[in-house]
Design a protein around this ligand. Structure first.
Ligand code: MG
Length: 204
């Protein structure tokens, strides 16, 4: 077994979505926690963010064809990303521009893979939007269906993605972690600079 080699608090690393050996998105983030139980990452407004631009095709088509390039913009919102190692989702703590808590966003995605520069994973279309009072709704169910129709995911994978979402719903109904941990009160230390790209971030 590989030794657990956590990132230290405050380390700037790169958080990348990778589809079929090609970077789909990337952003540098700052490590808040890295334990076998939780990975917590802070994304700061103003941070550089590499996003795909296709040749005018919808995003799902770009994934199908593999035709896209990255374009850099500035991240326009602050947030905290919480992921349990090995589980196929991340819970984002959402704030407004004044850093008031506005709710949670459950991003169904591959379990994080540790890399030399941070973490890699890929988004899985379906999401859950969770209000501060823990009422919730699915988001982008149609996108997941389209992804299956395009052959990006199998029907079986889509079922597993939805089942993962349902497990998260059970946790939030039961007021379990991370919805009961007080993360919505966490704020970044004022001294933390907006992260920049680590050298080599664009190479897999
Ligand atoms: Mg998503």
């Amino acid at each position: 077994m590989q030794a657990f080699n956590p990132w230290p608090l405050g380390q700037q690393i790169v958080y990348r979505e990778v589809w079929r050996e090609k970077i789909w998105t990337a952003r540098p983030v700052t490590v808040v926690r890295d334990t076998p139980e939780w990975v917590a990452l802070y994304q700061c407004a103003g941070t550089p963010w590499a996003l795909p631009i296709g040749s005018g095709e919808p995003f799902l088509q770009c994934l199908q064809t593999g035709r896209w390039q990255l374009q850099e913009v500035a991240l326009d919102y602050d947030g905290l990303i919480l992921a349990r190692p090995g589980e196929a989702h991340a819970v984002h703590v959402m704030w407004d521009r004044a850093r008031a808590f506005t709710g949670w966003y459950v991003n169904l995605q591959e379990p994080l893979r540790r890399t030399a520069l941070g973490f890699d994973f890929m988004d899985q279309a379906l999401d859950l939007v969770v209000q501060p009072d823990l009422t919730w709704a699915w988001k982008d169910e149609d996108e997941l269906q389209q992804a299956v129709a395009l052959g990006l995911f199998s029907a079986q994978q889509a079922q597993a993605i939805r089942a993962e979402g349902e497990r998260v719903v059970e946790r939030l109904r039961a007021r379990q972690s991370p919805f009961s941990d007080g993360w919505e009160h966490w704020r970044p230390p004022a001294a933390w600079p907006a992260p920049s790209w680590p050298a080599g971030w664009a190479t897999l």
